[in-house]
Write a protein that binds this ligand. Structure first.
Ligand code: PEP
Length: 254
């Protein structure tokens, strides 16, 4: 069964009580759905999530960032090996909010991907253009440059990543790329992956940017959209489950 991948990015939201209610609701509603699912929680809540998610396989755990350093005098940083100790399966790398507010650039993102892969964690590598770049007709150039930096450092290991196309103008804004716009960029990224690895077809390329219960199905039906990275809608049990139900409808026999 070829399943879509739906990942919730909680960003800097949650509390011990809210996380517990959210995850309980999601685990209940996930039963019977044909979907690969994960939530990326703030680091301080990873032990709580690890405890809640043990003894089940329906919902994986992810983090939202990782240090590009291995260990040492980097106050405030969290290494990939540390994340691994908390049962982390995925880590988001190069999210536009990290690029925008924390000065992360393509070479940093490429090194973070390398650290995650060395620790046995699947990086979810985010690429995407700003509104100005889209208006200038530079979308493909921008996402290809961002992906090229990751391929340059990680070579054929690129087959081990999940790629997320997240147009910056669609994140948290309520604006979404049309299914055709998203598919077009995903097909460009797939082509670039094909030039780097024979495994390109099995790399999940997920879409992120105001995906919600109403637009998920049409987006997920696109041939090169293998799932979703969900921000706001991942914080409400019913919305997140509706997206996963849409993903389940799109699961295909492999
Ligand atoms: C995100 O943060 O990766 C994201 C896609 O957010 P939202 O769904 O809220 O646009």
């Amino acid at each position: 069964m070829q399943k879509k991948l739906i990942v919730g990015n909680w960003k800097m939201n949650g509390s011990l009580a809210a996380n517990q209610a959210l995850v309980r609701g999601v685990l209940d509603g996930l039963k019977g759905l044909q979907v690969n699912a994960a939530v990326c929680a703030p680091n301080v809540y990873l032990p709580q999530m690890q405890a809640m998610l043990q003894d089940q396989r329906a919902l994986d755990l992810g983090a939202q960032d990782v240090s590009l350093h291995e260990q040492g005098a980097y106050t405030g940083e969290i290494s990939a090996d540390m994340l691994r100790e908390f049962g982390i399966r995925y880590v988001i790398v190069g999210h536009s909010e990290r690029r925008q507010y924390h000065g992360e650039q393509d070479p940093h993102v490429a090194l973070k991907v390398q650290r995650a892969l060395h620790a046995g964690i699947t990086p979810i590598v985010c690429v995407g253009e700003t509104l100005a770049e889209r208006r200038e007709g530079r979308t493909e150039e921008v996402v290809k440059r961002q992906l090229a930096a990751v391929i340059h450092v990680n070579g054929h290991c690129i087959s081990e990543v999940v790629l997320a196309y997240e147009p910056v103008w669609a994140i948290g804004t309520g604006l979404t790329a049309t299914p055709e716009e998203a598919q077009q960029v995903h097909s460009v990224l797939r082509k670039q992956l094909k030039a780097a690895t024979e495994q390109a077809q099995r790399i999940a390329i997920v879409y992120g940017g105001s995906m919600n219960a109403s637009n998920a199905l049409t987006l997920l039906k696109q041939p090169d959209i293998d799932g979703g990275l969900i921000g706001g809608a991942a914080l409400k049990v019913s919305d997140f489950l509706a997206i996963m139900a849409a993903a389940s409808q799109c699961a295909t026999a492999s």
